[in-house]
Design a protein around this ligand. Structure first.
Ligand code: CMP
Length: 143
């Protein structure tokens, strides 16, 4: 079953949006298989955002993601990578449609509430970077 990495960023955590975001993915029918509230080291932030290293906003991005706890998650389900991207909306909340997470709650492109893997390759890389294999729970719904 397909898996993706989703992270509620420090702005989402501090604005009390963890429950709202988890609820949206649960109600869609996706399955939460890993989750942790954690303060991110600069090393992990730089590795996670390595593809943006040459961008002018890289320093700001790393400062922001390390500024307070994030809620890191692994979600599982059919086509979860692309569907989660649709549910999050465009990267810049100004371009994100109402009904999407960023469209409903985002403030600006730096504080855009949530991150989600953009492809199967990214999902595999990001899940391995953020989670030990033992902390990704495989389970069938029994109730
Ligand atoms: P995310 O999906 O976490 O992946 C890369 C992030 O870079 C993106 O969301 C934005 O939050 C951030 N980003 C993109 N463009 C800018 C920008 N111009 N200034 C600051 N942050 C940016």
């Amino acid at each position: 079953m397909e898996k993706t990495f989703i992270m509620v960023k420090p702005d989402g955590v501090q604005r009390g949006l963890i429950g709202e975001i988890v609820a949206r993915f649960e109600k869609k029918g996706f399955q939460l298989v890993g989750a942790k509230l954690m303060t991110v080291s600069r090393e992990l932030a730089e590795e996670h955002y390595a593809e943006h290293k040459e961008r002018p906003f890289f320093g700001e991005l790393v400062d922001f993601i390390t500024s307070g706890p994030v809620f890191a998650m692994v979600w599982q389900g059919n086509n979860v990578i692309a569907t989660a991207r649709q549910m999050m909306g465009k990267t810049n909340p100004a371009d994100a449609l109402p009904g999407t997470i960023r469209g409903d709650f985002g403030v600006n492109v730096a504080m855009n509430i949530v991150h989600g893997s953009d492809s199967p390759t990214s999902a595999e890389r990001e899940i391995a970077l953020w989670f030990n294999e033992a902390d990704v729970n495989e389970y069938e719904k029994t109730i």
